[in-house]
Design a protein around this ligand. Structure first.
Ligand SMILES: Cc1cc2nc3c(=O)[nH]c(=O)nc-3n(C[C@H](O)[C@H](O)[C@H](O)COP(=O)(O)OP(=O)(O)OC[C@H]3O[C@@H](n4cnc5c(N)ncnc54)[C@H](O)[C@@H]3O)c2cc1C
Length: 472
């Protein structure tokens, strides 16, 4: 009897992790392992996980690290024999640009949200009104009706006031998601905040009691010595050894249910058709929604999950020519921050890359990464790479006080961007899965179960286990 066949559409980290698990995980393939085929539209696997050379540095042009308060990346690194490649983050803390000056962010915030009114009291750059709002939440908190889901912005603005919500907290949460807190789902993206608001009473006190205990020396983030991009690279070569069929430059054009016979699905590209007992859709929700729209309305609705395109401009500067804040891994910039130029700043954050990662440190030069682009701010997209670099150098001069001529520059644009989990996201996803899973059609990836590398790996591996149960 021929082996069952599984097709994975999309070849990002979710798909690679799913194929690794389907082909036996750490133990490797067995007689029962299915035939596995990954079909990826782009020229390479791994989506934004890409490493390149930047002078004498190996530099990630996409994600540069991952959270290790979740176990998934470390576990996968162990399974791949990459444990000795893991490097901990080398610095902590950050500054924020308020009223034209840099101010240290207090420690003990949860995703940017204060968990003690003292943090607000002691921080410079905030108004008396903001301090009063924090005091009110601490002493006589506002009531807030929280239904089945609510935006992160509604919770924060109602409980802590506009200044803390939009000036202090949005730069962190909105920055990670490249979105606006007024649109993002608290239930899906920040369950601790959602639960704290539902509990009633002081938001900050509720969050403080939900704070995970920080093991004193344990780093919260890690990276890989050869770059985060080495993760898909190593996975790809292991999957090749395991005889997984790996196809790039091949967009999937159609998914068809088969009425009768040994297989449930046929997956079409421009020139091929692959039969499958199960299909894992590891593409962005918008793509998945359009490829499966004819199957059911609930799947078609996945097309409503928008993505936010972003770009990152990385500069190498001579160390001697740059004055950075003494501490921290970077600077956050609130949206619509005015400056000496026209309009507001494009910059949403600056990362001091070589403060974070020791493998990037050189005595003679420093690497800085500037982030631009949000769901509702695509102004950067009209600039060419050279124009964008020029504009960002002027913004850097305003934010840091100076910006010397860079020794090297690289601009990376992420048009597929980050999925935006709008209010009601969880329901949208569970309705789509209720239709697809009984048909052996599975939805995996960062459009559904959390944004970020750990959540994507988890989604890929869990979905693979579900598939193995379904086809056994
Ligand atoms: C700029 C940027 C910085 C980030 N920084 C971090 C970070 O520091 N830490 C962190 O943990 N996370 C970070 N993330 C998030 C993290 O990278 C993602 O959550 C994760 O990579 C998503 O993986 P995925 O496989 O689910 O999706 P993707 O990587 O998007 O994979 C989906 C794949 O589907 C393919 N595809 C699309 N259409 C078709 C089609 N018709 N047929 C076949 N294939 C198709 C695409 O080409 C793509 O390769 C960042 C993301 C971006 C964009």
């Amino acid at each position: 009897m021929s082996k069952p066949s599984v097709v994975i559409v999309g070849g990002g980290i979710t798909a690679l992790a799913a194929a690794f698990e389907l082909s036996g995980g750490a133990a490797g393939p067995s007689e029962d392992s299915p035939r596995i085929e990954i079909i990826e539209a782009a020229a390479t696997f791994g989506g934004p996980l890409q490493t390149t050379t930047f002078g004498d540095r190996l530099m990630d042009v996409g994600p540069d690290g991952f959270l290790v308060t979740r176990p998934e990346v470390v576990q996968l690194a162990k399974d791949l024999g990459l444990e000795s490649e893991l490097i901990p983050i080398a610095a902590s803390g950050a500054s924020i640009l308020l009223k034209g000056k840099l101010h240290d962010l207090p420690t003990g915030l949860m995703l940017g949200v204060p968990t003690d009114r003292k943090q607000v009291d002691e921080m410079s750059g905030l108004s008396k009104k903001a301090r009063k709002a924090a005091k009110k939440d601490w002493r006589s908190p506002r009531r807030l009706r929280v239904g089945d889901d609510i935006s992160i912005g509604s919770i924060l603005a109602n409980k802590l006031g506009d200044e803390l919500a939009y000036q202090l907290i949005e730069p962190m949460i909105g920055g990670i998601q490249a979105g606006r807190i007024n649109e993002l789902s608290a239930k899906s993206l920040f369950p601790a905040l959602y639960n704290a608001a539902r509990q009633g009473g002081s938001l900050m006190k509720n969050l403080a009691s939900a704070m995970p205990e920080q093991r004193s020396n344990a780093p919260a983030f890690m990276s890989l010595r050869q770059g985060v991009g080495s993760l898909p690279h190593v996975l790809e070569s292991i999957l090749r050894e395991r005889k997984v069929i790996l196809r790039t430059n091949t967009p999937v054009t159609r998914i068809r249910a088969v009425a009768a016979g040994a297989y449930e699905w046929e997956v079409d590209t421009e020139s091929t058709t692959t039969s499958a007992n199960a299909v894992i859709m590891a593409t962005p929700a918008g793509v998945t929604g359009s490829l499966t729209a004819m199957i059911d309305e609930a799947l078609s609705k996945l097309q409503t999950v928008r993505t936010a395109a972003t770009a990152m401009i990385t500069f190498e500067f001579a160390s001697a020519s740059l004055q950075l804040p003494q501490h921290g891994t970077g600077v956050l910039v609130p949206l619509r921050t005015e400056w000496t130029g026209r309009g507001s700043l494009l910059t949403t954050a600056i990362t001091f890359l070589d403060r974070k990662w020791t493998n990037l440190q050189r005595p003679e030069s420093t690497v800085l990464r500037i982030h631009v682009g949000r769901s509702d701010d695509q102004r950067y997209a009209k600039y060419s790479d050279d124009e964008l670099s020029d504009r960002i150098l002027k913004e850097l001069a305003y934010i840091l006080g100076e910006a010397p001529t860079p020794l090297r520059t690289i601009v990376s644009r992420w048009t597929a961007g980050l999925p935006q989990y709008a209010v009601g996201h969880e329901r949208l996803v569970s309705e789509a899965r209720a239709v697809s899973e009984p048909l052996n059609l599975f939805l995996a990836g960062n459009s559904y179960d959390g944004v970020g590398i750990p959540a994507s790996i988890n989604s890929g591996r869990l979905t693979a286990r579900q598939v193995l149960r379904a086809i056994s």
